[in-house]
Design a protein around this ligand. Structure first.
Ligand code: HPA
Length: 235
């Protein structure tokens, strides 16, 4: 057991899919996993382990923001022997080059966050997705004819802000979209010699205020969930 995950040794698979939202994790488990077993319920953040097409997979939520995913991914990598984590989430598009429902694969996550510096002494403000997971997802998508935009993303600590201008870091690294977790996930994976990817669906286009509605969200995210699960077969 770790501080924030109550699974026993061996109850977590070597690959973990992490949506931000615990209810989305539960939805994926019900829809896609066979023989799922509840392995942790600390703080009501439920982790389940089961199989997808025979591949053992764990699904559990990261929560929102770098501090939260920083805790869960660290414990999974360092205390449960997890080798790969695929974050699956939503993002806001900074650019009208993107539309709602577009799927994005993060090449690198850039952030103003001090997480990487104070946790690991990593001075870079942009971290390339570590390990093979990103490449495997890109290959799986291209073999299945799924269109996927590879781009740099901004991992922001801020959801609500006064100034609508594009944040300087997003400009510096040409980030087409913003979310709140990938930077800490990538920092942990890089430091611990593990693999991590971030696959996102555009839920809102910031300049036009176009959004996926609450009732469209459930089905809008299915292609991303399926791509992440299919990719685990080659990880
Ligand atoms: N900002 C940060 N994270 C997000 C957003 C956003 O606008 N949309 C979806 N996730």
């Amino acid at each position: 057991m770790s501080i924030h995950i109550s699974a026993m040794e061996g109850q977590i698979a070597d690959v973990v899919l992490m949506p931000g939202d615990p209810l989305r994790a539960r939805f994926m488990v019900d829809k896609y996993l066979y023989g799922a077993e509840l392995v942790s319920q600390t703080r009501n953040v439920l982790f389940y382990t089961g199989t997808y097409k025979g591949r053992r997979v764990t699904i559990g939520a990261s929560g929102m923001g770098c501090p939260s995913i920083g805790i869960y991914s660290y414990e999974l990598f360092s205390m449960y022997g997890v080798e790969s984590i695929i974050r699956i989430g939503t993002c806001g598009a900074y650019s009208t080059e993107l539309s709602v429902y577009d799927m994005i694969l993060a090449e690198a996550a850039s952030s103003e966050s001090t997480y990487a510096r104070f946790a690991w002494g990593l001075e870079n403000d942009s971290i390339v997705s570590p390990g093979r997971a990103t490449e495997v997802i890109a290959d799986t998508a291209s073999r299945s004819g799924i269109s996927l935009r590879k781009t740099n993303i901004h991992s922001s600590d801020i959801f609500y802000r006064k100034d609508p201008a594009l944040p300087a870091i997003a400009n510096k690294y040409n980030c087409l979209a913003v979310e709140m977790e990938a930077f800490a996930l990538f920092a942990n994976a890089q430091e611990l010699g593990k693999s991590a990817a971030t696959l996102l669906t555009v839920s809102d286009v910031i300049p036009t205020h176009q959004k996926i509605s609450a009732d469209q969200r459930e089905t809008a995210l299915l292609p991303m969930m399926e791509l992440a699960l299919e990719s685990t077969l080659a990880i």
